[in-house]
Design a protein around this ligand. Structure first.
Ligand SMILES: [Zn+2]
Length: 464
């Protein structure tokens, strides 16, 4: 006997049935979510319509408006989403607010449907309604007093030994010792592009960075879950396209304000450096939490860059270093397009892949964390060190999981020998990276990423 051949209809129906969402527990790392999608899948039209009316009412709208929602997929999406949210009440989570958001936004967000085994639907709905943020924060073990003391010491202490900018006044003359150090620092950086006058510069096309930006964005979303979905206003949810924000730094002439901003960043790096004894900031009693000290440094740098030599170095420096001023007027991610001359092009490209990841991670740091950088004496631990911690995770994942095809895409436009990427071990930004790494180790990955993405400043031991 032969089994009857199945028709294409039978095959299609069988495939469609396999894709019916089921009841299960979705594992989101530190938190588990019970979904009853299978129950919803069996509902008939009348049940769906009745439920929608009740949801609109609970969401603060006229139940009659539910009749206006006619698209079958969107109707189902809303019922699935509400059923999940209602089935998983949690500490600190506002169910009513979540329902109001779902009802108001059905059709406005990308309606990912639940699947039998994926978790994109859950990440999106639980992330955007604030459920994930509340659940991760509630599941995170608060800092013990011992942990808090260790972490707090890594953001400070104020150089004069006093809290809240009440220490010794700034010694402006001592702070000026920063200027020759800044010049040497820029000269060191410029050296990587030195070439004889008759050798033309080699450039990379900005468009070649698109594939890298896309891969970085995709990787971050994939491997930083559930944390990456735990900020309802995360760039991942708001139509953020990394490459849209990228511009050619090398082709852009910096304004005086841009130059001083770059130099402020470097001045902090060099001013805090205590690897050879007392730092210049400590010697000058510079306190980054005092506005007048920051203004003094800003003015010092503004005057310095009027001089010819520092200005030439600073302009070259700005055009040859990646930066991120996303969210500020005229801002974006500036990337260097001129190839370095002191190493193979592929080695420079791997560095650039890391820079692209780093600049993207800046956009993921929760704004509440960023705000606190003004309250500690080592702001770069937060602004750059924390970003470096997450950059290491994403960059290493990219090179550990990359195949030949991925490498080929990342190396578009590169000529010469292909050198292998180096895994990122140490963090950049000198002592700031070291301190951030210490904080990461004290907290552990779960607490660190929860705080980074949800803006839980208390969990990072940051001042209130
Ligand atoms: Zn940065």
């Amino acid at each position: 006997m032969f089994a009857p051949k199945s028709s294409i209809d039978d095959v299609l129906i069988a495939v469609a049935q396999q894709e019916v969402p089921v009841n299960r527990t979705v594992n989101l790392g530190p938190v588990q979510v019970v979904v009853k999608h299978g129950d919803v899948a069996r509902w008939n039209e009348t049940q769906v319509t009745d439920t929608l009316g009740r949801l609109f009412k609970a969401g603060g709208q006229d139940p009659a408006l539910a009749l206006g929602l006619t698209d079958r997929q969107l109707r189902l999406w809303l019922v699935y989403a509400a059923n999940m949210v209602l089935g998983n009440p949690g500490a600190g989570f506002d169910v009513k607010k979540a329902l109001a958001w779902l009802v108001a936004n059905v059709g406005k967000v990308r309606p990912v449907m639940p699947s039998p085994s994926g978790r994109e639907f859950e990440l999106m709905v639980l992330g955007r309604t604030g459920w994930l943020r509340a659940a991760l924060r509630a599941s995170a073990q608060r800092l013990t007093q011992g942990e808090r003391d260790r972490v707090v010491a890594l953001y400070g202490p104020p150089p004069s030994g006093a809290q809240g900018g009440q220490g010794a006044p700034l010694k402006g003359e001592v702070l000026k010792e920063l200027l020759p150090k800044l010049y040497a620092h820029m000269a060191d950086h410029v050296r990587q592009w030195m070439r004889p006058a008759e050798v033309p510069a080699a450039y990379q096309r900005l468009g070649d960075f698109k594939a890298i930006a896309e891969l970085a964005q995709f990787t971050a979303w994939e491997m930083l879950q559930p944390y990456a979905a735990a900020n309802e206003n995360s760039p991942f949810f708001t139509g953020f396209d990394y490459f849209d924000n990228v511009f050619d730094k090398t082709a852009t002439m910096p304004s005086d304000e841009d130059i001083v901003k770059h130099l402020m960043n470097r001045a902090h790096l060099l001013g805090e450096d205590d690897s050879a004894g007392q730092s210049i900031f400590a010697a000058a009693a510079y306190d980054a939490t005092r506005q007048e000290d920051r203004v003094f440094l800003w003015d010092l740098l503004s005057k310095w860059i009027i001089e010819d030599k520092p200005r030439r170095a600073a302009v070259f420096f700005c055009r040859h270093i990646g930066s991120n001023s996303h969210g500020q007027p005229g801002g974006g991610v500036g990337l260097v397009t001129e190839f370095k001359t002191d190493r193979p092009q592929s080695e420079h490209r791997w560095e650039l892949v890391e820079v692209i990841v780093h600049e993207m991670v800046h956009t993921l740091l929760h704004p509440d964390i960023k705000l606190k950088s003004g309250k500690v004496t080592r702001p770069l631990v937060i602004l750059e060190g924390f970003v470096e911690v997450v950059t290491r995770e994403v960059f290493n994942w990219m090179i550990d999981h990359g195949d030949e095809g991925t490498t080929a895409r990342l190396m578009i436009g590169v000529s010469g020998d292909l050198v292998k990427p180096k895994r990122k071990v140490a963090l950049g930004y000198a002592q700031n990276g070291v301190h951030a790494d210490e904080i990461f180790k004290i907290l552990g990955r779960e607490r660190f990423l929860t705080a980074f993405m949800t803006g839980d400043t208390d969990l990072l031991g940051l001042p209130a």
